[in-house]
Design a protein around this ligand. Structure first.
Ligand SMILES: [Zn+2]
Ligand SMILES: [Zn+2]
Length: 145
């Protein structure tokens, strides 16, 4: 049976960014890369969405181009970390912060990514797959550098 396309709403802490997106699945990833941890003050938990976002409010929306291939969306008023997307093809893959959604309790953990960048000071207790940066970039068809 084909997956039903579902729209889900979310926003930042102060409400200056509100959006509707369509998650691919009711699942989230946890990224342990150094940039995500610096940006979101911890491992970045996100939901892959298709077709980009529809903004019902974007007064505070700002983007930061953090690497050659990706940019990060956040609220410039309250500082909430919200989006990660491919800079050259923004509608192809949009990762949305799991806790930015109004409802997120039904989401389940899919896997950990950039596990080779995780610092030793914490560990998660789940047994979901853990993949490295090289494995993920190969999946996305991105050449590092
Ligand atoms: Zn805000
Ligand atoms: Zn990351």
């Amino acid at each position: 049976m084909a997956a039903e396309k579902q729209t889900r709403s979310g926003g930042c802490l102060c409400g200056a960014v509100r959006f509707d997106v369509s998650p691919v699945e009711k699942k989230f990833d946890i990224c342990h890369c150094g940039m995500c941890r610096k940006w979101s003050a911890g491992p970045f938990m996100s939901v892959h969405c298709q077709g980009g976002a529809t903004f019902t409010k974007k007064d505070g929306l700002a983007w930061y181009r953090g690497s050659k291939w990706a940019e990060r969306g956040f609220c410039s008023r309250c500082g909430s970390s919200l989006f990660w997307r491919l800079a050259e093809n923004p509608d192809a893959m949009l990762a949305v912060a799991a806790d930015a959604f109004d409802v997120a309790d039904d989401l389940t953990l899919d896997r950990h990514i950039f596990i080779d960048a995780k610092p030793a000071r914490y560990d998660f207790a789940d047994d979901r797959p853990r993949i490295t940066e090289a494995e993920l970039l190969a999946e996305l068809g991105i050449t590092p550098g």
